[in-house]
Design a protein around this ligand. Structure first.
Ligand code: ADP
Length: 428
């Protein structure tokens, strides 16, 4: 029992005792006790009424009361004050949040579980021509009607952002689910970044093409001289020819990369016969290797899967990617080592890769291998005719085919480069 209630009980007891005394003095104990109880009940009803009025419209001042009611008001008033304070705090946080999202350069839209717009910031209003008065409560797919966007929304898979062309602007848009079925759309205008990327790509492509002609002319002259010089002069000429060869390789790969970057999306309706493709890559590698390694081709098919389980996309791009992996295995495996080009099928999709017993790679280099011109040992790569662009090309081709590259390697023990084409990719 709380001390306030104890005090109230004591007051009630004293009051009833006082009425009892009056009753015995005037010879009507029951009458006075009844009157005493009635007064007590009326007093409490009066206070209850006052409380309900105050609760309906709480004022800054708590009403005057005595006894247990004073305590009740005191507790309620404190609760009310705390609530007001936290409401003010919440309102200020909300205000700050709205101010910051309004200042965000990114378009931000909040959708409810029916894809109806609940809120958007000025950047979104500008980007998607939304108007607060009309568009709040509208379904977003009635306002952004591009089929690409509508499909993205319907698919309900927001792991990858979506690129859209809207009013001649390139937009990258991502959707994040949050709360109970709500979605946060955030979109960015990447037109100028993409123009810069195009310029960079065009520059590399044009420069590479321009360099090809003088290199061919130089190579022709060197060849001419090689056939007409003495043994001493032949050595430096051979070296120059080697360097020209290297530059030609770099230029060819730069052109290949630029082509991949600017190419239109891969056509998934084209089927690529995995067996034919891997045989071509394998035979090409055999002639390049000249019997220096033991190279095998293992095409493994899961027992209950279709033997014609094929890849989809660009035969030529996939050939270049697998060929780069196999060439690397030849380059970085000492003579006599084992190399395996493999393909296996599982419930998750197709995996195609190259395993070698070569020099391997220390783990700290692995995350950077697909960067352009990243080499673990530059001298060795050069010596082996490497350009530093092979794995960047592989990564690009795999990205275009929605596949992933997994690299497993340890220094001195060999490496496995595996390309995983998930089932979702095959369903395209
Ligand atoms: P490069 O033309 O130099 O081979 P890549 O982009 O193909 O360029 O490969 C990047 C680097 O990754 C190589 O320089 C090499 O250090 C390392 N690398 C690639 N494949 C292998 C492999 N099979 N074994 C060991 N190292 C490798």
């Amino acid at each position: 029992m709380t001390p306030q209630l104890q005090r109230e009980l004591a007051v009630l007891t004293a009051w009833m005792f006082f009425m009892l005394m009056l009753g015995s003095m005037f010879g009507s104990i029951a009458g006075f006790l009844f009157t005493g109880l009635l007064v007590y009940v009326i007093w409490n009803l009066y206070n209850l009424n006052k409380l309900s009025k105050w609760l309906a419209k709480p004022s800054k001042q708590s009403p005057e009361a005595i006894g247990v009611w004073d305590d009740v008001y005191y507790q309620l008033y404190n609760l009310y004050k705390r609530q007001r304070k936290s409401r003010r705090k919440l309102a200020s946080i909300l205000g700050r949040f709205q101010k910051s999202t309004q200042a965000l350069p990114y378009a931000t839209i909040i959708l409810n579980d029916l894809n109806e717009i609940e809120w958007f910031n000025p950047a979104a209003s500008q980007m998607f021509s939304l108007h607060t008065n009309i568009d709040i409560g509208q379904r977003i797919d009635n306002l952004i009607r591009q089929p690409k966007f509508v499909n993205y929304l319907l698919k309900n898979n927001f792991s990858e952002p979506l690129q859209l062309l809207l009013n001649q602007k390139k937009i990258i848009l991502s959707i994040t689910p949050y709360g109970s079925g709500q979605y946060l759309i955030s979109a960015r205008d990447i037109t100028s970044r993409s123009q810069l990327d195009d310029m960079r790509r065009d520059f590399i492509s044009n420069a590479s093409h321009e360099l090809r002609t003088p290199l061919t002319v130089m190579s022709g002259y060197i060849e001419f001289l090689q056939h007409r010089c003495d043994e001493i002069t032949k050595v430096p000429l051979d070296k120059v020819q080697q360097q020209i060869e290297r530059m030609n390789n770099i230029i060819a790969e730069l052109i290949e990369l630029a082509k991949l970057e600017s190419a239109t999306a891969v056509d998934y309706s084209v089927e690529v016969n995995t067996r034919v493709l891997l045989n071509e890559v394998y035979n090409e590698a055999l002639s390049l290797d000249k019997n220096q390694h033991s190279i095998e081709l293992v095409i493994e098919e899961a027992p209950d899967t279709n033997p014609a389980f094929n890849l989809h996309g660009s035969y030529e791009e996939l050939r270049i990617a697998f060929s780069n992996l196999l060439t690397n295995a030849i380059r970085y495996t000492p003579e006599g080592g084992d190399i395996k080009l493999f393909s296996n099928v599982s419930d998750h999709g197709i995996s195609i890769g190259v395993q070698d017993s070569g020099i391997g790679i220390n783990y700290e280099h692995i995350p950077r291998l697909t960067e352009r011109f990243y080499r673990v040992d530059e001298g060795r790569s050069r010596e082996q005719g490497g350009t530093g662009l092979g794995l960047a090309i592989v990564k690009h081709v795999l990205d275009r085919h929605n596949a992933n590259l997994h690299i497993q390697s340890s220094a001195g023990k060999g490496s496995t480069f595996r390309c995983d084409f998930p089932l979702s990719y095959l369903e395209h």
